[in-house]
Write a protein that binds this ligand. Sequence first.
Ligand code: NAP
Length: 453
Amino acid sequence: MSSSLGTESRPLRVAIIGSGPSGFYAAESLLGSDLTVKVDMFEKLPPPFGLVRYGVAPDHQKIKGVTRVYEKVGDREGFDYFGNVNIGQDLSMEEMKTHYDALIFACGAQTDRRLEIPGIDLPGSHTATEFVAWYNGHPEFQDREFDLSQEVAFVIGQGNVAMDVTRILAKTTDELKNTDITPRALEALAESKVKEIHLVGRRGPAQTAFTPPEIREFGDLEACDPIVRPEDLELNDASKAELADRKFSSKKKNYEILKGYAERPAGEKPRKFIVHFFRSPIELVGDGRIETVILEKNRLEGEPGKQKARGTGETVEIRGGLFFRSVGYRGVPIQGVPFHDAWGVFPNEDGRIEGAPGFYAVGWIKRGPSGVIGTNKPDSHATVQSLLADVPELEPCPDPDPEAVRNILTRKGIHIVSFPDWRKIDAAEVENGKRLGKPREKFVTVEEMLAVL
Ligand code: NAP
């Protein structure tokens, strides 16, 4: 029990694990509270910002502007950044509990949901996660290879991640060269032979998970025409009811944009973005690599808002060798923290991790992989409110010495990257980008980043 936690003489010590949007919004909320709080944020890689740096597409730079808010948090008194520190490896959960009164997990959903079909592990089959992390310069994904000599590619799933992957495949070098895409990805894409990109959705045009600006962008790409079959746009009664519901207004907008594409005369651009509805991949076939994708036709069953795809047994085959699954992300467990395997999250109530007093969750590891960056602000704030309400009951950590963790890491030979250090890496990247007309040229290895310091 502690009534003194959160005072000048004994600040509340909170560790935030993960430096993406949900972590920074949690830090902002804690530092704005009435208590005296010391926030230490931990990140496995040297640079902060998680999915803003390694997830948001390079051609969507405006979205990345949100880091200006996080930079301000980085300057706040009471905030320290520990980049290049892997929690669970460099610091054990026991060490964390020894030095912090509360831990907030902001570690996101770091892996992909599986698609269990025969042939899924054939060469040529990839997760969207890998491709996105590769073109965005994530150090752990730079050795991945994607066979862009294929003429036909498939992207499975119709969320915004699928749209990002499709758009990067569809755009020309000219459309990408002034972004912060890595030079290696740009070179590989410049040689790409991909002509057809099939975006495959298991449900219909009334159930799309992407947002209208994303589908609208495909209307005026330099070298790619969108193709939608008019027969795919037919709606059953339940789907008509969904589109009439204001709750689904963005899906209605999507539908109208898709209808516009279906009504267009055939385009002459060299690449085609072909949208499929009511189709699920059921097998990838090939000798040593994917050669053909077998899709099963679906019909929808269920109440409006709850319709599910059911296979009809009728199949179609499309030849093609590059396959990306983009069917959602999943959290990964951390030793010593309860994990809900079916949902891929840390089970929690209002952000309080069940069965682990003093442990809290924010962002995708709290609620699952949904929502845009802004969704995290109220979500993180709500968890922080739970934490602050618990302060009188929190067990104070046995060793609150503010230098203890830094000393342990230094003893272990870990090169801690501070926020001022990040600023140096950032400035070097921006400088290197200037020469190339890019917002930044990212360092793609940890060694290069540390060398700047
Ligand atoms: P998502 O929005 O949940 O979309 C997942 C897609 O995969 C859905 O179309 C879903 O179809 C489909 N799917 C799931 N399981 C499937 C299966 N077994 N077979 C076939 N299809 C399957 O997830 P996401 O695209 O990974 O995006 C995650 C979050 O990040 C979203 O909230 C997204 O909006 C956000 N994000 C935003 C931006 C942006 O703002 N520009 C960019 C990237 C990501 P059903 O509907 O049938 O389940």
